[in-house]
Design a protein around this ligand. Structure first.
Ligand SMILES: [Zn+2]
Length: 104
């Protein structure tokens, strides 16, 4: 089955190597350069591209209304801001990882 890749984030995720060794090297490099502790967690990235608008000023927060016409930049359902869908998805993945780490 041929899968059409459109977004840069999707291409980056699908092209990441399966070997953990590369990530461990990256973590060592970050630690060497910043002395910051880095913990590697696996996070399920599904449904993050159409998830909640991370910086939404409206309560309750809106969702990113992504479609084929608005793939890279899409409107928020609540505040109407045009959201970079890739940056928003990366923030949601980060937040899922932080929640996963802080939950027992
Ligand atoms: Zn919003």
């Amino acid at each position: 089955m041929l899968v059409e890749l459109v977004g840069g984030l999707a291409k980056a995720i699908l092209n990441m190597p399966d070997e953990i060794d590369l990530y461990e090297r990256a973590i060592l490099l970050v630690f060497y350069l910043t002395e910051a502790a880095v913990i590697l967690l696996r996070v399920d990235p599904r449904f993050t591209s159409q998830g909640f608008h991370v910086d939404c000023p409206v309560d309750p927060i809106g969702r990113v209304l992504r479609s084929y016409d608005t793939y890279d930049v899409a409107p928020c359902s609540a505040c109407g801001a045009m959201v970079n869908t890739h940056h928003n998805a990366a923030c949601l993945i980060r937040d899922k990882g932080l929640f996963q780490y802080s939950s027992p």
